[in-house]
Design a protein around this ligand. Sequence first.
Ligand SMILES: Cc1cc2nc3c(=O)[nH]c(=O)nc-3n(C[C@H](O)[C@H](O)[C@H](O)COP(=O)(O)O)c2cc1C
Length: 191
Amino acid sequence: MTALDNMDGRQTVFEAILARRSVRSFTSREVDKVTIDTLLEAAVRAPTNLHEEPWAFAIVQDRTLLDHLSERARSIEGDAVRREFGEPGASLFHDAGTLILICCQPTVFRSADCWLAAENLLLAACAIGLGTCIVGSSLGILNVPESKAMLGIPETFSVTVPIIIGFPEHQSTPTGRKRPLVLSWTPATRG
Ligand SMILES: Cc1cc2nc3c(=O)[nH]c(=O)nc-3n(C[C@H](O)[C@H](O)[C@H](O)COP(=O)(O)O)c2cc1C
């Protein structure tokens, strides 16, 4: 049984957009390879400037390595990162069993492509019942040369979007949003 077995009851895109929220509490159940491959397929369908497809992925499912990175972030970055941890001793990665790193050789547009790929991945994961959270506060530690070497990420690549994934421990309701701030709306003219 994989998360993909939920595909029959999957949400429409709009349902997934409304249902998605950041999940920070996961069960111990691992996300299997077939499911991760499917999420990556969704990610790479994102729009891409000049059809560059600049993204590359690193998948981390070694909990010891995740704990190690979390500890290093805590010791190197101190208070700035501590704010993100919540409880003392809590993991930067919220004890998720899977971290997907979307990487590129960054320029403004390549980074944009990676963020678009990230949103595809978040929505696809939500549609099949998985929980996700972007962990921007881990970018510092992930991009130090020693971490990249540990993660098999070449020096020329940077981690652009870190996303934790797992099976949500609780059902959660989506967070609210302000109404869209429309600065102007020029009406159509009749020719
Ligand atoms: C660029 C970016 C960085 C983020 N970094 C973190 C983070 O380090 N830790 C965390 O728990 N959530 C992080 N989040 C998740 C946001 O806190 C979350 O998206 C926001 O509170 C709205 O909640 P929602 O995603 O449930 O709608 C990040 C989100 C974005 C877009």
